[in-house]
Design a protein around this ligand. Structure first.
Ligand code: MLC
Ligand code: AMP
Length: 501
């Protein structure tokens, strides 16, 4: 049997191939037949390039139906999909391309100049463009190819995707996910969240992270369900389309923003079956207010790029605010003490996971991979949590120095190294501070040479040229020195207390 994830989806398309599978904000409709033919054309184009079996296809484009089609075509052709956040700047993209050595790079038409330079320098032989308005060389070239394609044979452990996650050392790591990792998780979630005939997914998440690309899109594809694909989250547009959807998945910021809409109420959600939240902690206040205003209890779940989804509140049964629910079927989750022994109920420890969803390791980083697994094969998530007496998991913190802002991960070390390279900066510490919209926001505390005359706006302007703007500190503070403990380590907890307001 072909373990290619695309075959799994393909088996669920239809029977009415003329039914709508993707609808855009502007009312453009794609049928299942359109999807099959469009993925075939791009798969044929990729196959004509005579790439190696494990060729990586790196993609940094704006969200559009064609971006999703490109992902599916890559699976179908049997290659490895490597999505990149569209906010990444030239130096960030150059790093990923250098590290992953993709055979093909697809970028937005307006970025062709600098992306192609990085791509050709690293040995990529093909750079195509794809705009969110169907412009660009990818579709122009694919148009010359046949609209049928025999989905490539893949085994369960063949790679399907590499998702880069930032690292505590500041160097991003590519998490390698197989067809089986993705298929097993998609099937479990399909059952666990009880996808039903007639479901319609309102899709407002980016397509370059596990939440939007896997948890959300895979569910709809596996259910043969229509997606209303919005180019980005916009609370007014989400409200406009809610009345025709049944399933919505978002990060906590999306729920905070929906609650800020005066028109968001029970009648706006009357058609909805399920609201899922994840990627960042959902505040209990948001959970409660949402239930009151909409009549729906948000179902919170927990995931990671390395593992896709690991735990979820139940569809039927109690959804407990402040928890991420129960381990998903087939997933073994444990909370351990420093000595590796299991924690008791309500005792806080490190969250570790094993299961068919867990990735194969970090791309070309065998030592880092080995460090992240226990001797008995559990992956160390870097999250800290506890089980309650009903077996529900609560995430109470992170052992990794990570900020999650509006669902995007920012590793302080990466931002600090860019700040430290600015002329006049002596040293810096980057911390997360509470933020009403993003949950956490990035803040920088800097020691600078007074003669350099640095200002917060100057620092921000320099950073914006070098790193994605969601990583750029929303606030910059100058101090005379950073607090350190006796080991010389910066005491970020003191800085967080000092600057939290
Ligand atoms: C945008 N900006 C952010 C930001 N998003 N700043 C901090 N944190 C964020 N998350 C900044 C931009 O850089 C820009 O800055 C300004 O805000 C406006 O940009 P925008 O594009 O108009 O923002 P907006 O559309 O409002 O985006 C906010 C958002 C978006 C919350 C809708 O960030 C979003 O969709 N987040 C979801 C992320 C996600 O999918 N995470 C899943 C990861 S997977 P300036 O200065 O240029 O104006 C994962 C595993 C799991 O974690 O379990 O799912
Ligand atoms: P990423 O590396 O982008 O995949 O982000 C994964 C991280 O997001 C996890 O390790 C958690 O720290 C965090 N995360 C995901 N879901 C939740 C959630 N429901 N509550 C709290 N944190 C979450």
């Amino acid at each position: 049997m072909n373990a290619n994830l695309y075959s799994l989806f393909q088996a669920r398309f239809g029977p009415d191939m003329a039914a709508c599978c993707i609808e855009t904000q502007d009312g453009l409709r794609y049928t299942w037949d359109d999807l099959e033919r469009a993925t075939a054309k791009i798969a044929n184009l990729l196959a004509s390039l005579k790439l190696q079996k494990d060729a990586r296809i790196a993609v940094q484009v704006e969200k559009s139906p064609e971006a999703l089609i490109l992902y599916l075509a890559t699976l179908r052709a049997g290659y490895v999909y490597l999505p990149l956040n569209s906010a990444y700047r030239a130096a960030e993209v150059a790093y990923f391309i250098d590290d992953a050595e993709p055979a093909v790079v697809v970028c937005s038409p307006q970025n062709f100049g600098w992306v192609s330079q990085a791509a050709f320098k690293s040995g990529s032989a093909h750079v195509f463009t794809l705009g969110d308005d169907r412009r660009g060389s990818l579709l122009a070239r694919a148009a010359h190819h046949a609209d049928t394609f025999d989905t490539a044979q893949r085994r369960p452990h063949d790679l399907a995707a590499i998702l880069y996650t930032s690292g505590t050392t500041g160097r991003s790591k590519g998490a390698m996910l197989t067809h089986d990792n993705l298929a097993s998780n998609a099937k479990v979630l399909h059952d666990y969240w009880q996808w039903q005939p007639g479901d319609v997914l309102l899709h407002a998440l980016p397509l370059f992270h596990v939440h939007g690309l896997f948890a959300a899109a895979h569910g709809a594809l596996l259910n043969g369900s229509k997606m209303i694909l919005l180019p980005k989250f916009d609370s007014v547009e989400v409200l406009r389309h809610l009345s025709r959807a049944t399933v919505f998945m978002g990060v906590p910021t999306h729920y905070v923003r929906l609650l800020a809409e005066p028109r968001f109420d029970r009648s706006a959600c009357a058609h909805m079956r399920l609201f899922v939240s994840g990627s960042a902690p959902l505040l209990t206040d948001t959970f409660n207010e949402f239930a009151q205003r909409s009549g729906h209890t948000i179902l919170e779940r927990y995931g990671m790029s390395e593992t896709t989804m690991l735990a979820s509140n139940p569809y039927q049964g109690r959804r407990k605010g402040g928890t991420v629910g129960l381990p998903l079927p087939g997933v073994s989750l444990r909370v351990t003490k420093d000595d590796g022994m299991p924690c008791a109920v309500e005792e806080i420890g490190a969250i570790e996971v094993m299961g068919p969803n867990v990735f194969q390791g970090y791309w070309r980083m065998p030592e880092r991979t080995a460090d992240e697994f226990t001797q008995d094969g559990y992956f160390r998530t870097g999250d800290v949590g506890k089980f309650d007496s009903d077996g529900y998991l609560a995430i109470v913190g992170r052992s990794k120095d990570l900020i999650i802002s509006g669902g995007y991960n920012v590793y302080p070390k990466e931002v600090e190294s860019v700040i430290d390279a600015i002329d006049g900066v002596v040293e810096s510490a980057v911390i997360g501070v509470p933020h009403p919209d993003f949950g956490e926001a990035v803040a920088a505390v800097i020691v600078a040479d007074p003669s350099a005359g640095l200002s917060p706006s100057h620092v921000v302007a320099i950073l914006k040229q070098q790193i994605a703007s969601f990583k750029v500190p929303k606030q910059v503070f100058f101090v005379e020195s950073l607090p350190r403990n006796t080991m010389g380590k910066v005491q970020k907890n003191l800085l967080r207390d000092q600057f939290r307001s």
